[in-house]
Ligand binder design. Sequence first.
Ligand code: PGA
Length: 252
Amino acid sequence: MPDRTPILAANWKMNKTIEETERFLAEFLPKVPDEGGPEVVICPPYPSLKTAVELCLQSRVRIAAQNMHQEEDGAYTGEVSAPMLIELGITGVILGHSERRQYFGETDDALARKVPVALDARLEPILCVGENEAQRDSDETEGVLTRQIEADLASVDDGRLGEIVIAYEPIWAIGTGRTATPEQAQEAIALIRGLIRSRSAEAADAIRILYGGSVKPGNAAELLSQTDVDGALVGGASLDPGDFSAIVAAAA
Ligand code: PGA
């Protein structure tokens, strides 16, 4: 049985000012065990990144961004590049979240470039994939996940696939309170691991694949106990230090 350290990642989306970030961390950090347990990653909005990195220096908590542009610099108004994140002490970046795909036109072509750029910059990519409700209802889940994984990871060397983190986030479960059942999460994540296995058995054993979509303190333990579920990407419940620390404890 491959030994994979679980990851609990907090996706704050467009929530929390710098001051609110400070307040959250003052309450949350003492609840995170100094060693052992899962890896903990917090993904605040850009303006809070520097403060969050500084406040977490003495802890095991790592800070990641929520998006990144694939170019190093240039005329891309409103965008932020990998070297800019690295300079802040960021260790990872969420890529391809369904809200970015849906509201901001994020494409698989852009993601195919972003993932290797992040890896080369030493930013751990957390690549999000998942089907919407209509696709699940018409049995297209497998096809959607296959297309996204194949397209988004097309330019990554097989030998580096294990360094990526994937988050399976069914769109119908995000922010809806309607969580995938543990069996649905396990099935989709096992499918994704199988897609990675067709390129590299070693990477398939190493890669961490998370579940995301209405994870709460009350359902985290059961989701995380599934064989192929290596952690969670948590939105709403990660905004509360008590709730998120309870989810982290559920993975221990
Ligand atoms: P949620 O969001 O936990 O609020 O459903 C998860 C996500 O979008 O990453």
